[in-house]
Design a binder for this molecule. Structure first.
Ligand code: PMT
Length: 405
């Protein structure tokens, strides 16, 4: 189940830390590459060497343990992980996590991680029920952190109640589930990617810098989430994902035609393609001969997304806004004019954002004006944020059934 998955287990200082040795062992047997990071308090309960022997990987504890690498360790381990499991998660650790406090290697790594995070709280019942802990858990839940409910039973403090770490087998099942949850199962999603190519003559064209990375990551994430995905791709520099239908197009006119063919049958459209706003009025049939000057007459291309905005019934419509200035202001205008559910705005001049690079820096803007701004993250991680939101929106809208034609 977990073949090729990189799991980072964060162990904090609770008596239940001993149970996590079995969790590490089971995850490893399921095929995962497991690394363990411990808080200093956790090492009072279990020796790092135990985890090292079980996982076959060095265990990280000290922020400044390895002087040569201290400034990168937390970033490297956050990047390594496909998912982080915090078990047991103490009340103190949850509080720090909820409020972004980084005072050791594990808290710092968690803050630097944009992947799936699952926490297994374990503590005395009164500490768990305390409004402070409950409100910290609620903050984490709202940020998409998966919280495992503690079990009820005898606790290390001698009392009986809620607060026990769930059994290792249950924790491992929850970790597997976050990779297999099919939040878009039964949905049909149309994604566009790449740049359109507008012919000047048989050898030259007007194009743009889109590589198709953003759109392909969205299509892949949607398919991995159980959706039936059609990817309509213009010029792209990456291999399109395998588990979906790919339709290749060149021009904006062709993209519009293909999009309109299936628009009625999909639940959501995510237009991440960079569609040219203009095309050459009369492309030459033969290669244009060299001259000192050349004038091209351009005409306006159809605005595909704006057209979908007028046609839409129940479909969810998501657009992108590629801007170089006044990013939020221009994006909000496009959101309204194109009748979208939300728009993903990126400043394509910012370092690590926009065209070609594997990362993006984006804000999601909603119809009510709410703005969610994300730090620089991999396009795959941004794709997950987008797909999670599409899944939430699509929950109560009915359009397609995957088995119909
Ligand atoms: O492909 P990458 O290298 O990974 O780069 C990603 C990206 C920068 C291309 C992507 O993040 C992005 O911003 N895509 C939208 C590019 C764009 O055309 O933005 P726009 O602001 O010009 O258009 C607004 C929206 O209308 C977009 O959803 C676009 O797909 C759509 N549109 C635009 C023009 C047009 N004629 N028809 C359209 O449907």
């Amino acid at each position: 189940m977990l073949a090729d998955k990189n799991i980072l287990i964060g162990v904090t200082g609770g008596i239940a830390a001993y149970k996590v040795v079995e969790v590490a062992s089971r995850l490893k047997k399921s095929g995962a590459n497991v690394r363990v990071m411990m808080t200093k308090n956790a090492t009072e309960f279990v020796s790092p060497r135990t985890f090292q022997e079980i996982t076959g990987n060095a265990v990280s504890v000290e922020m400044f343990g390895d002087a040569a690498n201290f400034h990168v360790a937390h970033i490297a381990l956050a990047d390594f992980a496909d998912a982080i499991l915090i078990a047991p998660a103490t009340a103190n650790f949850l509080a720090k996590m909820a409020h972004g406090i980084c005072d050791d290697l594990l808290t710092t790594t968690v803050l630097a991680c944009d992947k799936k995070i699952i926490v297994a709280p374990s503590m005395n019942t009164k500490m768990f029920d305390n409004p402070a802990t409950q409100s910290n858990l609620q903050i984490l839940r709202e940020r998409g952190v998966k919280i495992l409910e503690p079990a009820t039973g005898e606790l290390a403090c001698g009392t009986t109640g809620k607060g026990r770490l769930p059994e290792p087998v249950e924790i491992c099942a929850a970790v597997e589930k976050i990779f297999t949850d099919k939040i878009l199962s039964g949905k049909k999603i149309l994604v566009t990617a790449g740049g359109t190519v507008e012919a000047i003559d048989p050898v030259r064209y007007i194009g743009n810098r889109s590589s198709g990375r953003m759109g392909c990551e969205i299509a892949k994430t949607a398919a991995d989430s159980g959706a039936q995905v059609t990817l309509i791709a213009g010029k792209i520099e990456v291999e399109p994902p395998k588990n979906l239908t790919v339709i290749r197009v060149e021009s904006a006119t062709q993209m519009r035609e293909e999009v309109l063919k299936i628009f009625d049958s999909v639940d959501a459209v995510i237009m991440s393609a960079a569609v040219a706003d203009f095309r050459v009025k009369n492309p030459a049939a033969q290669k244009i001969k060299k001259s000192d000057e050349m004038t091209l007459e351009l005409v306006k291309n159809p605005d595909i997304l704006r057209e979908l905005g007028t046609l839409k019934q129940n479909q969810i419509l998501i657009g992108f806004a590629a801007e170089t200035q006044n990013v939020l202001e221009y994006a909000k205008k496009k959101l309204a004019e194109k009748n979208l559910d939300f728009i993903v705005a990126n400043d394509v001049t910012a370092e690590g954002a926009g065209f070609s690079v594997p990362t993006n820096i984006a804000s999601i803007i909603w119809r009510d004006g709410t703005v969610e701004s994300f730090p620089k993250m991999k396009k795959s991680a941004l794709a997950e944020k987008i797909i999670e939101r599409v899944a939430n929106l699509s929950g109560d809208r009915k359009i397609s059934t995957v088995n119909d034609a």
